[in-house]
Design a protein around this ligand. Structure first.
Ligand code: IFM
Length: 732
């Protein structure tokens, strides 16, 4: 049974009472002292857990002993610090033993699962001074000699390196034998399951406290490991590293900060949403609580989208990531679906939308930085070392998608498009995606703008025509009467149409009709009204309705999910921002904001018992109305929801977005908002923007004053002068 057990614990033992508990409540589950108003759902679970930027602090109290541990990874070191403090709040002297415990993995995730007879016979962990070294890292076929280590800042009184010995034959992590008997076994590990447990003993007078630093690191150089062990003997070094981490995040957030009338919005855009964006950028979909790190690497479409959430803060890292992504494109313009972060090896293909996401990330990077020269830099292909200019890569992406059309002249859907589970292709190889057609129009128009910047007029003409033809085709073939259909199946029948019994309407083709600009005003309003009527719910906008009730091989994996879950009628938080953006383009600020607040985690804190996932990061989806757990979030953290929600709120609702010519100020907010402020770093200058809304409108900037001078239009030019510029925008 999978359980919330991270395999890293601190046990505290009162030797005079032969009693022990854990500083983090789990895994011993001893009833801890509750604080007034703490509101724990389980009696005795009175600990406080605070998550901040790159750290977690857990505080607890048992029998007047207060323990607090802050966990973090220093900025430039391959190790985790546990800054542990313990205080005696009782009136008596107390003799305590601190047992730490770390369970190691065996270095090679696949062999750990498929050939553990091997790994369990090569494991090795030993004690040296105040540390345990886990030396299993040698795999001849991997050719690396990494090891892990765990160390205490204080002299230890005992250790264990072997799990079975420490835990005992019939015990568990809740009552390890070494802890319950009050003494380490001093076991080493030579084959079997390696762990590191260190025992420190202290005596605390009343009101006396003590601090420890425990470090858990990995290295391939013993000297380096020992250097860090020495460094963290001094608590000050841990405190300094923690301060440096805080400083890092303070600086990071200085790139964008908003002050709006809504505290939940401020909380999301200024810290948590940006923080989640940075996490998804780092990890893509490769390893998390939900992803084991083996099956999924850096998603090609995912990583391209993830750049949107961080490009304002770390443009150079974004550029480097785009280069990696470009190198996963084939010479024919198609691309791998994912690649692995360590080996950089790509795999899988056949997703019809993948190639086009490159245009999103490259154009986003250029809009932010103004670095048009990037288009002239070169990158290789995944199937050829031959290098071509970035611009050429983008053209090939478009040409590939535009050259893979089906019977209606729409893009073939391939294995799937953005919706991984809409697998329509059958023996005719004829299924087509209307949404990829819309996305192609958006991408081609972006490439037209880039062509013009490079004075490539023939390209500009060619892609203008391509976009216009595709737009006309979609409008003549895919308008269902009230909304756009989603696709044509392998036999040419519509999917996402009023004619279907299930999956009658799909959010994607409505929102993207507006975003790509293919729909006229009438159709835009109509299809988004239909989104509200059929897909909007009190917990957010569902992806499709009604969900599929059975698996139909002609429709694909979407029908394997219970109705209301994931792509089968779930509230996909990744796709909801597209509804927000579409509503903002239509100028309907109240509706756009309503969609925003329905899924933004901070607003869902009030219903945390229903939502269940963390109230500070987006989940991939929230269960839709067809599911008994309607409103329950799932798969938090590594999801495109992070970047797209940040784009929707900052660029389309608060409305300040980077464009090729400068910073566009184009807010669309609830009409009752009086004013709000944004401070943003953009191309080597700082912009202090104040938006005033005296007429209480939702959209439209009437006056734009930059450094006291009125300017035409709503684009603030890039000053690139490292100075602060005051921008006043009056809506009306
Ligand atoms: O578009 C995908 C994404 O790449 C991974 N998560 C699910 C989304 C929708 O299928």
């Amino acid at each position: 049974m999978p359980a919330d057990r991270p395999g890293r614990y601190i046990y505290i033992r009162d030797d005079s009472k032969d009693e022990f508990w854990s500083a983090t409540w789990q895994p011993v589950l001893k009833p801890l002292a509750e604080k007034k108003g703490q509101g724990s759902r389980v009696r005795g679970q009175g600990y406080e857990c605070r998550h901040g930027m790159s750290y977690t602090t857990i505080k607890s109290e048992y029998d007047n002993i207060v323990a607090e541990t802050t966990y973090f990874v220093p900025l430039k070191e391959n190790l985790e610090v546990w800054l542990f403090s313990i205080k005696n709040n009782s009136k008596k002297k107390r003799s305590l033993a601190i047992f730490t415990y770390v369970e190691f993995c065996l270095w090679h995730a696949i062999m750990d699962m498929t050939d553990f007879q091997y790994t369990l016979n090569i494991s090795k962990a030993v004690n040296e001074k105040d540390a345990v070294y886990h030396l299993t890292g040698y795999f001849p076929n991997v050719g690396r000699n990494d090891f892990a280590y765990f160390a205490s800042s204080e002299k230890i009184k005992g250790f264990d390196c072997d799990r079975e010995t420490f835990i005992g034959p019939y015990n568990s992590e809740a009552n390890p034998l070494a802890v319950s008997r009050g003494k380490s076994f001093n076991s080493i590990n030579s084959g079997g399951n390696p762990i590191a447990s260190l025992c420190n003993r202290i005596t605390l007078k009343p009101a006396e406290g003590k601090q420890f630093v425990f470090i858990l690191g990995t290295s391939d150089d013993k000297k380096e490991a020992d250097k860090f062990i020495g460094k963290y003997k001094d608590i000050k070094n841990a405190e300094n590293e923690f301060a440096a981490l805080r400083e890092y995040w303070t600086k990071y957030f200085e790139n964008y900060a908003a002050k709006t009338p809504d505290e939940n919005v401020n909380l999301m855009v200024n810290t948590w949403n940006q923080y989640q964006c940075r996490t998804t950028f780092n990890w893509s979909r490769s390893a998390s609580y939900y992803e084991s790190g083996i099956g999924r690497g850096m998603g090609f479409r995912d990583s391209n989208q993830d750049t949107l959430g961080v490009v304002h803060a770390i443009p150079d890292k974004v550029k480097a990531r785009i280069k990696e992504l470009l190198a996963n494109q084939f010479e024919n313009g198609s691309s791998h679906h994912q690649f692995f972060p360590l080996t950089k090896k790509g795999e899988k293909g056949g997703y019809s939308d993948d190639p086009l996401w490159l245009i999103l990330s490259v154009s986003g990077y250029i809009k932010e930085t103004g670095n048009v020269d990037f288009l002239r830099e070169t990158a290789p292909f995944t199937d050829s070392p031959h290098e071509e200019e970035v611009f050429e890569h983008l053209k090939r992406a478009i040409d590939y998608v535009a050259g893979s059309l089906g019977p209606h002249g729409l893009p073939l859907i391939g294995f799937a498009d953005w919706n991984d589970c809409l697998n329509l292709m059958g023996k005719n190889k004829a299924a087509e995606s209307v949404w990829v057609g819309q996305f192609l129009v958006w991408a081609a128009r972006e490439v037209v703008k880039l062509s013009k910047t490079l004075s490539k007029n023939d390209d500009a003409k060619r892609y203008t025509k391509l976009a216009s033809d595709m737009k006309d085709r979609i409008n003549s073939l895919a308008w269902d009467g009230d909304w756009y259909i989603r696709a044509f199946d392998d036999d040419g029948n519509p999917v996402g149409s009023s004619k279907n019994n299930e999956g009658k309407i799909d959010l994607l083709t409505q929102a993207w009709a507006v975003i790509s600009g293919i729909s006229d005003d009438k159709r835009s309003v109509r299809c988004m009204d239909m989104v509200k009527r059929h897909l909007a719910s009190r917990h957010g906008v569902m992806l499709i309705t009604p969900p599929y009730t059975t698996y139909d091989p002609k429709i694909g994996a979407v029908g394997t999910f219970a109705p209301g879950l994931k792509e089968n009628g779930g509230i996909f938080c990744h796709a909801n921002p597209w509804a927000m953006i579409a509503e903002a383009i239509l100028g309907r600020g109240a509706q756009a904001f309503d969609y925003y607040r329905k899924i933004a985690p901070a607003f869902r804190n009030e219903i945390a018992d229903i939502h269940q996932t963390e109230p500070y990061v987006y989940s991939q989806y929230i269960a839709g109305s067809a599911h008994p757990a309607f409103g329950r979030g799932r798969n938090s953290w590594l999801t495109g929801s992070a970047a797209w929600n940040l784009v929707a709120i900052t660029q389309y609702l608060l409305g300040v977005r980077a464009d090729y010519e400068g910073l566009v100020v184009d807010p669309c907010v609830p009409a009752h908002w009086k004013n709000f402020k944004i401070r943003r770093v953009f191309r080597d200058a700082i912009y202090d923007i104040e938006v005033k809304n005296p007429k209480r409108v939702s959209k439209g900037v009437k006056d734009l004053v930059v450094d006291g001078k009125r300017i035409d239009g709503n684009i603030v030019p890039p000053f690139k002068d490292k100075r602060t510029h005051k921008v006043e925008a009056k809506m009306g």
